[in-house]
Structures are given as structure tokens and as C-alpha cells.
Design a protein around this ligand. Structure first.
Ligand code: GLY
Ligand code: MN
Length: 464
């Protein structure tokens, strides 16, 4: 955890951004897998972590804007819990770690909320995404569960987004440190990419590594020889020489901060000429995009720049044709690059996605594109120093998409479908780095960039 003062300052800052009322921050509860005592791994809500820092189930925080008070609601454990869980700090002791003086049992929450309702005070809350928390809000606010998300406070969402978008020096130092673990996970995956090895062995190994470093994975590992399936969570294939293994994986620290990188490794240690050519276009795209990142540039413009580099590269290989600007304008590149260039990252790997992607990645000056591919762009807004984001261009040969476009004659003036036919079994390549926007430009987070050039990757796979 950060020092108590960090959390207190954040709560005070939030208070100054809102006009009046109280703010309810629901922590998460245990969630059963197959019976109530057998639970999924506990994951605290990220905004609760941001303002109240405590990562255990059964807590609710209140920031009282008008009276300058912060409260934590939680229940102290009894002797029965101690038998099963061992001794635990009291809620008072926990609250002290984040500079909160006032604590009550959870049962008191409904009284405090009922009192605020009676006095017609504004009650702010964020859109809940867990069923248990929706039911709690339904009960204490007397709003039907089906309407809860429409009653969430837009003023609060915007204030939280404003704060969490900019990472402070504590957060940046922490992110820099944990990047080292993501680095080790990726190097290990590369070295394990040998013919005869099952994908699940590598996926399981790097997930275990994340646990062994005291955290976990920041999202389910994507590790597959079918890189053309963007979020592929099937690990049942055996790797053979000549396959390309995609590994999109990150570490999540015990404080909830994420890393997120993607690398592609040639099984057997050598890229073929055909693989190298596509790989190099993706790498050039990544490098050009990273170079362009600086304060004041719209990320949608960086996305378009990436689409331009991809289109130029594919034209050089004879897979695309025509005027590059017109091709990108028509969205022709999206048959090969059907997703956005990147997303915000921090306490969530897709930072604050639960608050609404358009509040996080867009603002009143940037509007989401309706075009296939670019419409998936999670981050379009103007960049500011302190933003942490991913750059993750890719080129994929998705047979179902290629066949659809071919049959429906979509963008035929920009795509050489006969040439593309020869790549039907190619798979996909994505290269992802995590970037901090600085006052003067940007830097890749962490001490060292995970091997990425053709030579670096081949050397790493072949090393012991
Ligand atoms: N790395 C997974 C994602 O960004 O969706
Ligand atoms: Mn990502």
C-alpha cells in the first residue's frame, strides 16, 4: 500500500471536485465458484483501492463532501472466523492505514444512507458491475436493481476518471517496478516455445510465475499458435516448428496495478521469410506509434498513423493496393487490423472500463468512430503527461473475415484478395508495449523493453 496520506489526499481532491452530498464506494465481496465457501480469487474494486487502499472483502467507504468526513464500514471478525482465517486486524486498525478515523459495522450503512435520503442530500455512486453490489444498492437506496446503473452519478464518474487518468509519482514508480515481472514472464514464455510443448504448459507456467511474485495475472493469459483469434483462451494445441506463438499477458501486483505486453515467438527459434515480413511491419508500426506519443496529440490520430504504416507495409507486400490515405479512410486496413491501437492502463488492465469506456477514452471533443475496426478503439482522446497506455498494433489473417469481405466485395479496390489467399493459415501478430506520457514525449515503462526485434526474439528463444 501507499502511505496513508496518499489516500487521504485523493479523497480530499475528489471532495473538491464535487459540489455536495455523499459518495458511496462499494468494495467487492467474495464470489462463490460452485458453493459459497469455495470462492473465486478475491479482487477488490479498483476505485475502492484508489481511494481506500484496502484489499479485503466486505468493506464500503463513504466520502461525505459537505461535512469533510470519510467513513469505512466493515465487520470485525469473531472467534469462529479466527478459527478458520487466523487473527485479523480490526476494521479500526485497517482504516488507520488509509487515514480514515470513523468506522462502523456494515449494518450501519443503511442508516447513514437512509438519513442522507431523508435530508434530500445527493447520493453519488459509481455504476456497479457485480450482482451482489447491485442488490445492496437496491436495498439501501430503494431503487429497483434494473435501474441502478442509470442512477449512477455521471458527475462522480467524470471526477474519478479525471483523477485516475493521471498517474502520480507513486503509481509510476510502482508500475516501473512491476514491469520487471511482466518482463520475466515474457522471456520465460519465449524460451519455452519449443516444438512438442503444449500451449497450456507455458500459459500455466507464466501464470504460476505471477503468483510466485506475490501477485497474479492482470487478465486471463492469451497464449496460442492461433494469434489471429484476438482473445484466444484455448491452450490445448501442441507447438510445432514454424508456428508463431502469441503471448499476450501481464502481471497484477498485490495493490492491483497491471502490466500488459504482447510478443510473438517463432517456435523452433527462427522466423520464416514470410513471417519476418509481416512481423517487421507490425514492429515498424509499434515504433512509429510510440514515437508519435506526446502530450496534446489525440490517440485517435496515433491509431490512424498506425493504420497508415500497416497499409503501406501491406501494399509493399502486394496484399493491399491503391491510395494509402483513401484506403485508411475507407477502413480497408481493418480486415488485417480489426481493433484499436491501445487502451489506458493502471489499476485495471483496461483502466476504468467499468466506469464506461467513452468517459475514459473519449471526451466532448472526440467521438467514437462508427467504422468497423476503429469503432473498437478504446482510447481516442488528447493525451496528457501522466497517462499510462498501451500501444498494440497487429496484423491478423482471420479466414472468416477475409472470406466475408471477399464474398461481399468489401474494399476490393484496396485489397488483393488473391495474394491474401496465400496467407490464410498465417495466424496473427501483435506487439504491445506499455507507455507513460511525459511532459516532453513518452517512455516505455520498466527498466528494459522486452525483446522485440527479429534478432532479439530469435536470440531469446534460442538461449537457455
Ligand atoms: N491485452 C489484452 C487486451 O488489451 O485486451
Ligand atoms: Mn492490451
Amino acid at each position: 500500500m501507499f502511505d496513508a496520506i496518499v489516500y487521504q489526499d485523493r479523497r480530499n481532491k475528489l471532495r473538491s471536485l464535487l459540489k455536495e452530498g455523499i459518495i458511496i464506494f462499494q468494495g467487492n465481496n467474495e464470489s462463490p465458484m460452485n458453493y459459497s465457501d469455495n470462492t473465486f480469487r478475491f479482487r477488490q474494486d479498483s476505485t475502492f483501492l484508489y481511494f481506500f487502499g484496502l484489499s479485503m472483502p466486505g468493506l464500503v467507504g463513504i466520502i461525505d463532501i459537505d461535512n469533510g468526513k470519510d467513513i469505512i464500514f466493515g465487520d470485525d471478525i469473531d472467534i469462529n472466523d479466527i478459527i478458520w482465517m487466523g487473527p485479523q486486524p480490526s476494521i479500526k486498525e485497517l482504516a488507520q492505514k488509509v487515514a480514515v478515523k470513523e468506522t462502523y459495522p456494515v449494518a450501519k450503512l443503511s442508516n447513514v444512507v437512509a438519513d442522507a435520503t431523508k435530508r434530500k442530500r445527493t447520493i453519488h455512486f459509481l455504476p456497479p458491475y457485480r450482482a451482489e453490489n447491485i442488490l445492496i444498492l437496491e436495498k439501501i437506496l430503494e431503487i429497483p436493481s434494473s435501474s441502478i446503473k442509470y442512477k449512477a452519478s455521471v458527475e462522480l464518474i467524470k471526477a474519478v476518471v479525471t483523477m485516475r487518468l493521471i498517474k502520480d509519482s507513486n503509481e509510476i514508480a510502482h508500475l516501473d517496478e512491476i514491469m520487471n515481472i511482466g518482463y520475466k514472464m515474457h522471456i520465460t514464455a519465449m524460451k519455452m516455445a519449443k516444438p512438442g510443448v503444449y500451449e497450456r504448459k507455458i500459459a500455466g507456467f507464466i501464470e504460476g510465475m505471477a503468483l510466485s511474485y506475490g501477485g497474479t495475472i492482470s487478465f486471463p493469459v492469451i497464449l496460442s499458435k492461433h494469434g489471429e483469434i484476438l482473445h484466444n483462451h484455448y491452450y490445448g494445441n501442441k507447438l510445432t516448428t514454424g508456428d508463431l506463438m502469441i503471448c499476450d499477458a501481464g502481471f497484477e501486483s498485490d495493490m492491483g496495478y497491471a502490466t500488459d505486453n504482447t510478443r510473438v515467438t517463432p517456435v523452433g527459434g527462427k522466423f520464416s521469410q514470410k513471417q519476418k515480413e509481416i512481423y517487421q511491419i507490425v514492429l515498424d508500426t509499434n515504433n512509429v506509434a510510440v514515437k508519435a506519443i506526446k502530450p496534446e496529440i489525440n490517440y485517435s490520430d496515433v491509431h490512424n498513423l498506425a493504420a497508415t504504416v500497416i497499409t503501406e507495409g501491406l501494399k509493399n507486400l502486394g496484399l493491399m493496393k491503391g491510395n494509402t490515405k483513401e484506403a485508411v479512410g475507407a477502413g480497408a486496413h481493418a480486415m488485417f487490423f480489426p481493433h484499436g491501437l491501445g487502451h489506458m492502463m493502471g489499476l485495471d488492465v483496461h483502466d476504468m472500463e467499468n466506469l464506461g469506456e467513452d468517459y475514459v477514452g473519449y471526451d466532448n471533443k472526440t467521438k467514437r468512430s462508427e467504422q468497423f475496426g476503429t469503432s473498437y478503439l478504446r482510447l481516442a482522446r488528447k493525451l496528457q503527461p501522466g497517462f499510462v497506455l498501451t500501444v498494440e498494433p497487429g496484423i491478423y489473417f482471420i479466414p472468416a473475415l477475409i472470406n466475408k469481405w471477399k464474398e461481399e466485395r468489401i474494399n476490393t479496390q484496396f485489397i488483393n484478395f488473391d495474394a491474401v489467399n496465400k496467407y490464410m493459415n498465417f495466424g496473427g501478430i501483435r506487439l504491445e508495449d506499455d507507455i507513460l506520457v511525459t511532459e516532453t514525449g513518452n517512455r516505455i515503462l520498466g527498466k528494459k523493453r522486452i525483446p522485440i526485434t527479429v534478432n532479439e526474439v530469435e536470440k531469446t528463444v534460442q538461449s537457455k
